[in-house]
Ligand binder design. Structure first.
Ligand code: ARG
Ligand code: ZN
Length: 869
């Protein structure tokens, strides 16, 4: 073990720190391999704490000297921190340490990326900068002086002075150490300005390396929109004189919400039409909003301990989703989120890595920045809002901000503001935070004497550490549709709280209504036709719906459902049904699916982006999950073949419509990354993919030549690669973009993503030998090895080449960057779905990783959890 022996930390063991911190003064003397950090920290005993042990976290620090009230002391230093004898009264701690940012390849703490000093402290990186109580419930005011011969020297808060080779910053808002940030480098700003609703003038800067100036405008506008939106929708105003964003090329995650100094992976902020796809633009807008929104949900109100991570992440993801819905199309955003949740979170929640939205134990907290904490955490908030209503949600949020501003809080605090606002008992609702696994809701219908009844049954399979599950409160949004396709009952929320529960609907003069609700009485003697139910509208809960509907019923909903989500879902279910049949029986694709899709594509009143979504298919990994659930062992090649066949047949089926789609989606106006144009390009791209199935890539080759934006360039290139062509274009693309790191990531990734299953591993081997395969850069590593893991049939090649290749690279990366390595181990989380041979091959690779000498704590925890399933 290179890390200290792993210990498990439990939520139930929480105790407050023995001391409070009144102020922190930090001085940085920057030098690439010997940066000196001097800290002066004012401590005083915490009256609410019982334990007065003075322990400061600290890792990989060289202690030069330490004093208490000016008197030199010799603390007891271990691999994880130090203990010292200190007065039982207020005192001043001073320490000087030396660190080596130049050799910090883990990208945690202070490190250097392309000559730029930068930091990443969440969750526990500050302890690699200096000795400190590195826990989110210790909050303090930070004053920072940076000495360094670099033109731009930044830290949190407001600037208080600068001169040649130095700068000082003061952050007046008490914050935990994980929000500390420092940046120093040769940077250029793209400036902006924002006036808050109460008149505070805020200076905005987007700092980039020289050469990237042309990729800032979009991010700056997104920031201003976010600031305005948070004022308009949540009444939250910005609270400093400056807001800085810095783009960094080497970064483990998307971005980080450090107070007043957000640090971004350059892929999550830099954008231009020539180099970024529409998906990039949308993601960038969302991440900028996300980090900005953290200023209130995360920074002003933070987490008591890391088990409460979803308190800030779930809420902030929920807020950024609301923002995207407002800026773009709400139904399209909802569908994207459901696709993403099912692909990533359901896989996690139903495998060896399953954990509650609020975990109860961990070894390495970095392993819990997961789809469950973030995305399921956001879904939980969406359900809460559905249950209490929009008005109560707004009131509860007001109360939350009022009551807890400046505090480090828990999920209990969060739930309490809702209970106090609504007088509801949310005890059962809280299970969403403590119970892991995806609830399955099965539906049966009854139709007797003109009463329509839905009986819902919920069950959650056992997950690691949780064998028995209790029923959860599930808001199930239901609408009813009459035989002529008209809606006869608008969306109604069923509060589904029992294991089995029936909901009866009766026919009134105003249409169908849930029995027992207020309103006109049932029309007796009327003989209404049986309605069709549209269940789980707007994806009202993160559950798996098991509703055995006939193809005809699904086709009916695809044609008529007024809920855009469920209309899309009907098409998706038809696609799933037909694909599974094709895989299992070699059946031909069903006409209900093909005709339904054709009708949707023809309907030019429908938003193009929505029509493009309708053409999407479930991922091959999801199909494997569905088969596994039905007790069938998935064969990755058979799945791949069925998907290819369905694509081919769909292309033939909609052939006559394709020219019209191409002209309908050609854009005359100047490029704009807005939702409208993006939607047209999405549909155009989907049509091009179908066309390429018929013309062998002829139109794609033309489009590639005339492409003046990355969305089109990339979609044309992928069509060519899919058609087994495009070698020339691939080379031209390389020549054109070889100096642009973000575009080169696409070049690497696309070749892996588009490869045929038998070739994926060889293509990956080849690409990892390319001189531009800079594997220490997380974006580049993920572009290639991440794409291998998501090319389902390629990764699961029967001889295990995909598995061993990924394992080789994970073993190589681990000593350099444990966080990114550990995260990518999740590629193996679904291993128990596959046949015995594949399971054995994967087990061998996992064991090989686990037995690697000096494996990091991060990766050890991940492979152990996956293996022990
Ligand atoms: N708080 C950041 C965000 O959600 C993510 C930081 C993740 N850091 C980590 N070490 N896992 O925007
Ligand atoms: Zn976040």
């Amino acid at each position: 073990m290179r890390d200290a022996a792993p210990t498990t930390i439990y939520l139930k063991d929480y105790t407050p720190f023995g001391y409070l911190v009144d102020s922190v003064h930090l001085t940085f003397d920057l030098a690439p391999n010997a940066t000196r950090v001097t800290s002066r920290i004012a401590f005083r005993p915490n009256p609410d704490a019982l334990d007065r042990q003075f322990f400061l976290h600290g890792e990989q620090l060289k202690l030069i000297r330490a004093t208490v009230d000016g008197v030199e002391i010799t603390p007891d230093v271990t691999e994880t921190g130090l203990t010292a004898v200190v007065p039982d009264a207020a005192f001043v701690w001073e320490a000087e340490v030396e660190i080596d940012p130049g050799n910090n390849t883990a990208l945690e703490g202070l490190y250097i990326s392309n000559g730029m000093y930068c930091t990443q402290c969440e969750a526990e990186g500050f302890r690699k900068i200096t000795f400190y109580p590195d826990r989110p419930d210790v909050m303090s005011i930070f004053t920072v002086r940076i000495n360094g011969a670099l033109p731009v020297l930044l830290s949190n808060g407001n600037p208080t002075g600068k001169g040649d080779g130095w700068a000082e910053w003061n952050d007046p808002w008490p914050k935990p150490a994980y929000l500390f940030a420092l940046v120093a480098g040769d940077l250029i700003t793209h400036p902006g300005q924002f006036t808050t609703k109460s008149g505070r003038e805020v200076e905005l800067n987007l700092w980039v390396r020289p050469g990237d100036e042309g990729k800032c405008a979009f991010g700056m506008e997104a920031l201003k929109k976010s600031m305005k939106w948070d004022e308009d929708v949540y009444g939250r105003e910005y609270d400093l004189d400056v807001f800085n964003i810095v783009a960094v090329d080497d970064f483990n995650m998307g971005a980080m919400e450090n107070k007043g100094l957000n640090i971004f992976n350059s892929s999550a902020v830099l954008a231009s039409p020539e180099t970024s796809t529409d998906m990039n633009f949308e993601r960038i807008e969302a991440i900028i909003a996300h980090e900005y929104f953290h200023n209130w949900t995360g920074n002003r109100i933070t987490c008591r301990d890391w088990f409460q991570l979803c308190l800030k992440e779930g809420l902030t993801v929920y807020r950024d989703a609301q923002f995207t819905s407002d800026m773009r199309s709400a139904p399209v955003k909802r569908i994207h989120d459901a696709i993403d949740l099912r692909a990533r979170q359901f896989a996690e929640d139903n495998g060896p890595l399953s954990h509650p939205v609020r975990p109860e134990s961990f070894q390495e907290i970095n392993n819990f920045y997961t789809a469950t904490v973030y995305e399921k955490g956001a879904e939980v908030i969406g359900m809460l809002k559905r249950l209490v209503g929009d008005e109560a949600y707004a009131q509860a949020l007001e109360l939350y901000f009022d009551r807890h501003d400046g505090q480090a809080c828990t999920i209990e605090d969060w739930i309490k503001v809702f209970e106090d606002t609504t007088d509801r008992d949310l005890t059962q609702f809280k299970r969403w935070y403590s119970q892991s696994g995806t609830p399955r809701v099965s539906v049966t219908e009854d139709w007797t004497d003109g009463i329509y009844t839905l009986t819902l049954k919920q069950r959650t399979d056992p997950t690691p550490g949780q064998s028995d599950k209790l029923p959860q409160v599930i808001p199930v949004a239901v609408g009813l549709i009459g035989a002529n396709g008209d809606e006869t009952m608008p969306t109604t929320i069923l509060e589904f709280t029992q294991e089995i529960q029936s909901f009866a609907f009766e026919y009134t003069v105003e249409g169908w209504r849930l029995q027992g609700c207020e309103g006109p009485e049932r029309v007796s003697g009327a003989n209404p036709p049986k309605p069709t139910a549209s269940i789980l509208r707007d994806f009202s809960a993160p559950v798996i719906l098991e509703h055995d509907q006939s193809s005809a019923e699904r086709a009916f909903l695809l044609a008529h459902d007024s809920d855009p989500f469920n209309r899309w879902q009907a098409g998706r279910s038809l696609a799933e049904d037909t694909l599974i049949k094709m895989i299992l029986t070699d059946a031909a694709p069903e006409t209900d699916y093909l005709d339904g899709i054709l009708a949707v594509l023809r309907d030019s009143d429908l938003d193009p982006s929505y029509r493009a979504l309708m053409l999407g298919l479930p991922s091959q990994s999801e199909l494997a999950a569905m088969m596994h659930e039905q007790g069938v062992t998935p064969d990755p090649v058979a799945i791949w073949t069925a998907v290819e066949t369905l694509r081919q047949v769909t292309a033939q089926h909609v052939q006559d419509l394709l020219p019209r789609l191409h002209s309908e989606t050609s854009i005359e106006a100047a490029f704009s990354p807005d939702a409208e144009q993006a939607g047209q390009r999405a549909l155009g791209g989907a049509a091009l993919a179908l066309t390429s199935r018929l013309d062998g890539g002829a139109k794609a080759a033309e489009d590639y030549q005339r492409a003046d934006n990355m969305t089109l360039q990339l979609s044309a290139l992928s069509c060519l690669l899919r058609a087994g062509k495009g070698e020339q274009e691939l080379n031209a693309f390389y020549d054109r973009w070889q100096d642009d790191r973000l575009v080169m990531d696409k070049w690497f990734g696309l070749q892996v993503a588009m490869s045929a299953p038998a070739e994926t591993a060889d293509i990956v081997s080849h690409l990892t030998g390319h001189p531009d395969f800079n594997w220490k850069n997380p974006n580049r590593f993920r572009a290639v090895l991440g794409a291998l893991a998501t090319n389902h049939a390629g990764f699961h090649r029967a001889d295990g080449a995909g598995y061993s290749l990924l394992a080789d690279w994970l073993i190589k990366l681990d000593p350099v960057n444990p966080q990114t390595t550990a995260r990518m181990c999740s590629a193996f989380q679904t291993w128990k779905r596959y046949d015995a041979d594949r399971q054995a091959l994967i087990r061998n690779q996992l064991t090989r990783i686990a037995e690697t000498p000096d494996l990091s704590r991060d990766t050890t925890e991940m492979v152990t959890r996956i293996l022990n399933a």
